[in-house]
Design a protein. Sequence first.
Length: 241
Amino acid sequence: MSGHSKWNNIQGRKNAQDAKRGKIFQKLSREIYMAAKASGPDPDTNPALRLVMDKAKAANMPNDNVDRAIKKATSATEGENYDEVSYEGYGPGGVAILVHALTDNRNRTATNVRVAFTRNGGNLGETGSVSYMFDRRGYMAIERPGLDLDEDAMLEAVIEAGGEDLLTSPEVFEIYTAPEDFPAVRDALTEAGFTLAQAELTMVPSTTTEVTPEQKEQLQRLVDKLEDDDDVSEVYTSLEE
């Protein structure tokens, strides 16, 4: 089976994310607030809320922060209103970039994203210019050290759980699913006794772009600048890792 590996990118960004933990919690609180406000505070009946709560757990976000965001969303007061917006463009070396944001001020966010692109070797494009290059998929990672399981046995477990693709390396098993199957596959693998090092809905590029070390460094600066923005929730690229 085949797929797009993102494990190296995840591992490579952990230290940077640790340094931005407070900002990450702020963004997650906003996502939790929106999910709870839209469909209620119970993750058992609100799949969107459960997904973002799982995301918060993976980021080691304190339960008090999660509870505050849910309580704020379900209080009698009107609260804030956020819009989901996306931006598309190209980075150094022609790498496609897809940006998802949650904002209460579209003009502010659009200006910040445009400045990040233009000052770091990128070009902001029109809607639809790169989004067709990405597919929404469920993603899970199971680390191999300490796991007494070969590729064939893991493939059997993935198929039984309803997964679509399995990508293997010495460090990790990476499982991809259709987005609508993600919750069921995640739960099936967990119930089968597997520990998921990562589990999320993500955007996977259909093709990847190889760049020079200099272009990769400049692209990283662009991605860092975008992720530093309080309104930006996710940044996806077609970079060949």
